[in-house]
Design a protein around this ligand. Structure first.
Ligand SMILES: [Fe+2]
Ligand SMILES: [Fe+2]
Length: 242
């Protein structure tokens, strides 16, 4: 793991072949720790999944530049429209002239065609996009855990599910990757701050994600996870149904 900013504590760690987790820890005024992750797929056509909040942009730009030239980025992808997911989208588009936003059809229609400085590439549910060495597939997941436009990307060559806010873990000093339980910590976080919409379709959507049989869950907040991810996704469905 390489620290790329001593000021923000931002670090970079390769969690799967060519997939880098960029992590920035934060400690809030009340002492609670949290962290924000972006994932860089360093492929022939590089993709950054999640932009991070605008105030982190200088640190995240440095982190991406430690892996590849920022201007090589081709896609700036995100799960849904919130500041940590896509708040600095236009900043990234400004420094990466070839890049376009990458999102689901609802996000493109409702927000991004208007909010972004460049038109998005919108992916339909199940649609694949080749990045060269890697291939991503978009999976619509409306309202799971929140936002109508929500969806995830599955990177198929490494079986990495970029699962956004699912399995959000609190804390500012978690390891980059773990095989330990993350469902318990993420459920404890949800008890304190329930960020789920509780859509009645949650179980079916989690089953759709489980069907991709991920080897790595690239969580946006906390550690990435490796293990029987299909089982863990179905266990989350069980927790949500209680
Ligand atoms: Fe979110
Ligand atoms: Fe998030």
């Amino acid at each position: 793991m390489a620290i790329t900013s001593s000021q923000s504590g931002t670090s970079v760690h390769e969690v799967a072949d060519g997939i880098y987790r960029i992590n920035t820890p934060v400690v809030f005024a009340n002492g609670a720790g949290f962290s924000f992750n972006q994932y860089l797929i360093a492929s022939d056509e590089p993709l950054l999944f999640h932009t991070g909040p605008r105030r982190m942009f200088p640190f995240l730009r440095e982190a991406v530049a430690s892996v590849l030239p920022v201007e090589r980025l081709c896609y700036i992808g995100f799960s849904h429209v919130e500041s940590d997911e896509c708040g600095s989208l236009n900043e990234w588009l400004a420094v990466a002239p070839r890049a376009v936003p990458l999102c689901g059809t609802v996000a493109a229609l409702v927000s991004i065609e208007d909010m972004a400085d460049r038109s998005p590439r919108a992916l339909a549910d199940g649609e694949r996009l080749s990045l060269g060495r890697h291939t991503v597939r978009w999976l619509d997941a409306p309202h799971l855990p929140h936002a109508w436009e929500c969806g995830f990307l599955n990177e198929e060559t490494t079986s990495t599910l970029l699962c956004g806010d699912l399995f959000t873990q609190g804390g500012a000093d978690l390891p980059p990757v773990t095989e330990s339980d993350i469902l318990g910590p993420s459920e404890a976080f949800r008890q304190r701050m329930d960020y789920f919409s509780h859509t009645k379709h949650a179980a079916a959507l989690l089953d759709k994600l489980a069907a991709t049989r991920p080897a790595t869950l690239a969580c946006m907040h906390g550690s990435a996870w490796q293990g029987d991810a299909a089982g863990l996704l179905r266990a989350l469905a069980g927790e949500l149904s209680v």
